[in-house]
Design a binder for this molecule. Structure first.
Ligand SMILES: Nc1ncnc2c1ncn2[C@@H]1O[C@H](COP(=O)(O)OP(=O)(O)OP(=O)(O)O)[C@@H](O)[C@H]1O
Length: 693
């Protein structure tokens, strides 16, 4: 189908401005990416979901994507319901012939009425038989239609489930560095559009492969109408009648193409301002929906500002500003209606009065030139059939063209879906360099050598040349000023984010050679911005160790250790989680981490300000619990530690209990040692400690 388009565009009269032919990209991702960089705009690229212009380059890219993706998609769909899928395609062809059968039986009925009127012999039996045949045709058409629709629905829903499943499967695999990449985000946004196109007759540009199957119906409809026309016995009058039908059907399209276009189908490129406004409108929409921001939205009275900012951006994006609107002049609308009405009226006057069977009318309409043709050898029914075929051909061709135009856009979305399936998470090592994570004896040994990291879009590094060694089973407290990089270091060490330079060794092996999933299985953590899942307390705790999610004893133990069931609502029977205090939520996050902390495969415990909302008494208890967990199940307070612990805290009274302390300033560790060593040194840590106590 794309080939047809390219051939059309290769015709000299349709030729587009010459562009230098580019070599076709090898992968779906490259082809998708290339389609986002229109040659009309140097250095720019389209926003996610924007329509691609129908240039020759883009059509070649669409063809490339179709070649690579269609077999894969067919395989996916075919694997679900091969027989039903076959029936669906076959029915698409059959359904295309329905209009012609309908026109044929209608023509027979009209002819019969015509001969009844002209002969004056009202023998109704033949007419009743024709009506009976029409009734049977209608019943057969409806039942086939309903079977085809049910069959299509089932195949479509199965296919929808499969694409949604693939999308979810890939989404949960991707890590933070991958998801922070702006191009990947756009790719995923377009892939989401493709998946939503399966929800049924999608909007503009959301044409699913199932909508494309309707092309078969259109083609078979076109073929059957052309067949009907091929049977006509041409006379000047019948040709004139068909010409009028043709004019009346094509007139709206001709007139539309002559009117000034307020909207162009292929407007593809968004200006920087439009991109910014689109982002702004989305940002405001999210803000209005976010539960997290709700308290501040209410407290600071942000509602009107959010609404106003959203409305301004939205109006501009939708082209609703008065400066952007160019309404059709009433005059042109009038002329449009007039001409279309006139042509329709001309042909109606020639056929419909007789069709209605008004005997007296024949006298009057004999004065009209168009009625002459009814007195020729061509029957009235045939003329009605031919006329409807001409009109159907025009409408089918225009629908086919629009469908094909949308199909090209749909192909790019399909390309995004296929390309998104191939994304490998950034943190995932290549198979040939990957090594299996092996636990060291008594915890995880961590060596950081000159690690630096800058967040995407930031100019200043959050970590610079961070170096330290933590032996297996040691406890490290990371302290320092706000924004000094403590949480960032925690995320790098737990392999949530990557680093740009330096080396990180875990148990003596480069961390980049481990599968992050294996490292994560050996780690438990409470992050500073821990999650509050929309579920019960039991679910909020249980997700810390999914195998024990439904084991009440394991849940109760973790809750007990974190004392998460205490407080005014501590005994909440169904463990509902709404209305919890900040401290209670923090205890739940701790209980979640404790769910897996005692598992033998866990060697590294990370706590980022886990007790910031707890009172001093509760803090002490929690740190005692963490300390005993680090010594393994059943070990007493003097037993050696079997888990490495890192906690980030501003409470120096707690930090002093750690084996080692790292003082962080401006993204780097400036002091490292025991509490006594650092106090003796009299540097930043000593100053901070004295200030805090
Ligand atoms: N997702 C992010 N994107 C961009 N910059 C970030 C991001 N997270 C943190 N930063 C920046 O990195 C720097 C270090 O932040 P980090 O959260 O690691 O500091 P911190 O020492 O944990 O601070 P605090 O004690 O206040 O929790 C800060 O300047 C912060 O603004």
């Amino acid at each position: 189908m794309v080939t047809i388009f390219i051939q059309l565009l290769d015709r000299p009269e349709l030729a587009l401005p010459p562009t230098s032919p580019k070599p076709l990209p090898g992968s779906v991702y490259d082809a998708w990416l290339a389609s986002r960089s229109p040659s009309t705009r140097i250095g720019g690229y389209t926003t996610a979901g924007a329509q691609r212009p129908l240039t020759r380059d883009n059509l070649r890219l669409a063809q490339r994507i179709a070649e690579l993706c269609v077999p894969r998609m067919l395989q996916i769909f075919w694997s679900q319901h091969p027989f039903r899928a076959f029936v669906m395609v076959a029915f698409s062809f059959v359904r295309g012939t329905f209009p012609v059968f309908k026109g044929y039986t209608h023509a027979l009925i009209i002819n019969e009425i015509q001969s009844l009127l002209s002969s004056g012999h009202y023998t109704w039996s033949h007419l009743v038989r024709l009506f009976g045949a029409e009734f049977i045709r209608l019943a057969a058409e409806k039942s086939l239609d309903s079977f085809a629709t049910n069959n299509e629905l089932l195949v479509q829903n199965s296919a929808r489930f499969v694409v949604e499943y693939h999308q979810m499967e890939q989404r949960v695999r991707l890590d933070i560095p991958t998801l922070s990449d702006p191009t990947i985000r756009d790719l995923l946004a377009e892939s989401d559009l493709f998946v939503s196109s399966f929800q049924g007759a999608g909007g503009f540009g959301l044409l699913s492969p199932f909508d494309l199957i309707r092309i078969f119906s259109l083609i078979s409809e076109l073929a059957s109408h052309i067949f009907v026309l091929s049977t006509i016995s041409y006379s000047p009058l019948s040709t004139l009648a068909l010409l009028i039908s043709f004019l009346s059907a094509t007139y709206p399209f001709v007139q539309n193409s002559m009117l000034p276009r307020t909207y162009r189908f292929d407007t593809p490129v968004y200006s920087d301002d439009e991109i910014r406004l689109t982002e702004k409108q989305e940002q405001m929409r999210q803000l209005s929906l976010s539960d997290t921001h709700r308290p501040e939205v209410m407290l600071f009275g942000l509602g009107p500002w959010i609404l106003q900012t959203w409305a301004t951006a939205r109006q501009t994006v939708l082209g609703l500003h008065s400066s952007q609107q160019s309404l059709q002049s009433p005059c042109s609308i009038f002329s449009h209606l007039n001409m279309a009405e006139i042509i329709t009226a001309l042909q109606n006057v020639s056929i419909h009065p007789i069709y209605l069977g008004e005997p007296t009318f024949t006298v009057r309409i004999n004065k009209l030139p168009f009625v002459l043709m009814l007195q020729t050898s061509t029957s009235l029914g045939s003329l009605a059939l031919y006329r409807s075929s001409v009109q159907s051909i025009v409408y089918t061709i225009s629908t086919l063209i629009i469908t094909l135009q949308m199909a090209v856009q749909g192909i790019f979305l399909m390309g995004a879906f296929c390309a998104s399936m191939e994304i490998e998470p950034f943190l995932q090592p290549k198979k040939d360099t990957q090594v299996k994570y092996k636990s060291g004896s008594g915890g995880m040994k961590i060596e950081a050598r000159n690690i630096s990291y800058t967040y995407p879009g930031c100019s200043e590094p959050a970590l610079r040349n961070v170096s330290f060694t933590l032996e297996a089973g040691e406890t490290l407290a990371v302290v320092g000023y706000n924004g000094s990089g403590k949480s960032t270091l925690g995320k790098v060490l737990s392999r949530i984010i990557d680093f740009h330079s330096g080396e990180l060794l875990i148990n003596g092996t480069d961390v980049r050679r481990y599968d992050p999933a294996e490292l994560h299985r050996a780690t438990t953590a409470v992050f500073q911005g821990f999650c509050k899942y929309n579920g019960t307390v039991a679910e909020n705790v249980g997700v810390g160790y999914i195998p024990d999610l439904d084991r009440p004893t394991a849940l109760r133990k973790a809750v007990h250790l974190a004392e998460a069931g205490m407080g005014a609502c501590g005994t909440r029977a169904p463990w509902v989680s709404h209305g919890l205090s900040g401290g209670e939520w923090q205890r739940i996050a701790l209980a979640r981490a404790f769910m897996r902390a005692h598992q033998p495969e866990v060697h590294f415990l990370l706590f980022d300000e886990p007790t910031s909302a707890l009172d001093a008494h509760a803090q002490n208890k929690i740190f005692q619990t963490i300390d005993s967990m680090a010594r393994g199940p059943g070990a007493d307070a003097d037993a050696s530690k079997v888990k490495t612990v890192l906690f980030i805290t501003h409470r120096l009274s707690v930090a002093r209990r750690a084996d080692k302390i790292a003082m962080m300033e401006r993204g780097t560790i400036t002091e490292f040692g025991t509490h006594d060593e650092l106090l003796k040194r009299g540097g930043s840590y000593a100053a901070l400690y004295h200030a805090s106590v």
